[in-house]
Design a protein around this ligand. Structure first.
Ligand SMILES: [Zn+2]
Length: 186
């Protein structure tokens, strides 16, 4: 069985704790976002570089991504949300270009990528995103942007929404002995 795309709208994670990973985005503040992004990236470094002997390319089941694939996805999420953040700061209520995460995973051969390269790129992407959130002007947190499905975000809710995704995927890989996981649509 191939990876089944998750087409659910996950914006409910802005309103209540995630039923799968337990993370509550409502506790995330503007000030804590950069640190949250950096802490998450550090956890992925540990997973990719510190798991001696672990098979990073092994899928726990045919329908679940491997650790390496999740890490590639998180790296790309950090890059994607930095583009979305900049777009919101530079133009009035932009519509974000659509991003098909599952098509990207196949087109970019996530399964074939080098874990050391991915770890470095994930760290770089996280640092850029954390730095950009750290310098959002006070008056800009309420600027808006619209996802291609019509979901509207402010800079603040974009940040809270974003940080759930890589946290959720750390939970996914922690469960990869056969627990419940997903490729949450973003
Ligand atoms: Zn979650």
């Amino acid at each position: 069985m191939a990876i089944v795309p998750d087409t659910k709208d996950w914006t409910w994670v802005l309103e209540r704790p995630c039923t799968e990973c337990g993370f509550d985005t409502r506790v995330v503040t503007r000030e804590s976002l950069p640190e949250g992004i950096r802490d998450n990236a550090a956890a992925w470094q540990e997973l990719l570089l510190g798991s001696a002997g672990a098979d990073l390319r092994r899928r726990p089941s045919d329908s679940r991504w491997s650790r390496l694939e999740y890490a590639c996805h998180v790296r790309d999420v950090f890059r994607l949300f930095d583009r979305r953040l900049r777009l919101m700061l530079e133009s009035d209520e932009p519509t974000f270009p659509n991003w098909d995460q599952d098509a990207t995973a196949v087109a970019d051969s996530y399964r074939e990528q080098d874990p050391v390269d991915v770890a470095g790129a994930l760290l770089d992407a996280a640092e850029i995103l954390a730095g950009d959130f750290a310098i959002v002007p006070a008056a800009a947190w309420h600027r808006t942007g619209v996802r291609s499905d019509g979901a509207r975000f402010s800079v603040e809710s974009l940040g809270r929404y974003l940080i759930h995704d890589p946290v959720h995927h750390l939970h996914d890989v922690a469960c990869d002995a056969g627990g419940v996981g997903s490729t949450s649509a973003i």
